[in-house]
Design a protein around this ligand. Sequence first.
Ligand SMILES: [Fe+2]
Ligand SMILES: [Fe+2]
Length: 319
Amino acid sequence: MSVQELEKIFLSKIDQEIKIEPKDWMPDAYRKTLVRQISQHAHSEIVGMLPEGNWIGRAPSLKRKAILLAKVQDEAGHGLYLYSATETLGTTREQTIIDLHSGKAKYSSIFNYPTLTWADIGAIGWLVDGAAILNQVMLCRTSYGPYARAMVRICKEESFHQRQGFDILMVLSKGTPEQRDMCQDAINRWWWPSLMMFGPHDSESTNSEQSTKWKIKRMSNDELRQKFVDMIAEQVKVLNMTLPDPHLKWNEQTSHYDFGEINWTEFWNVVKGNGPCNKQRLEARRKAWDEGAWVREAASVYAAKRKAREAKKEEKQIA
Ligand SMILES: [Fe+2]
Ligand SMILES: [Fe+2]
C-alpha cells in the first residue's frame, strides 16, 4: 500500500472516531507529537509528586497524612500508565527518562513553584489538579487509544484530588485569622501559575492546530482556560476568599468571567528552566534515578532468570 493510501485510511479512522492503536499505521508527525505530549504528561505526574511529597511528613493530622500519601501515590500511578502509553509508540522508557534528566523533555511548569505552607497543598489540589482535570477530561476522547484509556482511569482519581484540596482550604477558611490568611496567601500565589498551565494563547500555540485536526486535542488552550476561570470564580465564593485579579468580572454579554492578562514573561522564564525550583526538581529526579539503579538491575536480572526457567520448562514439555 502506498503512503497516500495508508494516510487516507488513517484520516478516515480519525473522522469516524475510531481510535488509532499502537500497531496501526500513523504519520510520523502524529507519532512524534504523541511521544512528546504523553511523555511530558508522564513527567509532570512524577515531578508533581515532589512539591506535595514535601508535606507528607508535616501534614497536620494522621488523617491528612493518609489522604496526602494516597494522593501522591496516585500521581506515581498516573506517571506509570503514561510511561507505558509512551512505550506503545516505540520509544523506550529509559530514553524518555534520559530526555527528562537532560532537560530536553519538559514537564508542567507549575511544579517549579515551591510549597511554602500547608495551605499550598490545598491550593494545589483545588487549582492545579482542577486545571489538570479539565485538560484530562478532554483527553479521555483523544484519538490515540492507549492515551485515551489511561485518561479514563486517571480522571476518576483526579476528582478525588481536587476535592481533598478544596476540603483542606475549606477547613482553613473557617479557622483562625492566621489560618484564613494562610489560605488566601496560598490562593494568591497559585492562581496565576494555574492559569499558565493551559499554555500560551491559541494564537501563539505552535502545535495546537495540527493536534486539533488529528483530534489529539478537542478544545483550545484559551477555551479550557476560560472554563477553568468560570468554575473557580464561583467556587472561591464558597471559600469566602478572593482571586488575586482586579480584572476578574462577570460579563453578562459573553456569559463568562473576564480576567486579567497572564504575565507571559514569567511563563516563558519558568518554561526555559529559570523558575524558583527547576534545578531542585531535576536534581531530585536524577538522584532518585541513580539511587534506584540497583532496583532496575535486580528486576531485569530476575526477569531474565524467570524467562530462562520458563524456556527450559517448555523445552522439557516438548521433549
Ligand atoms: Fe495525576
Ligand atoms: Fe492529581
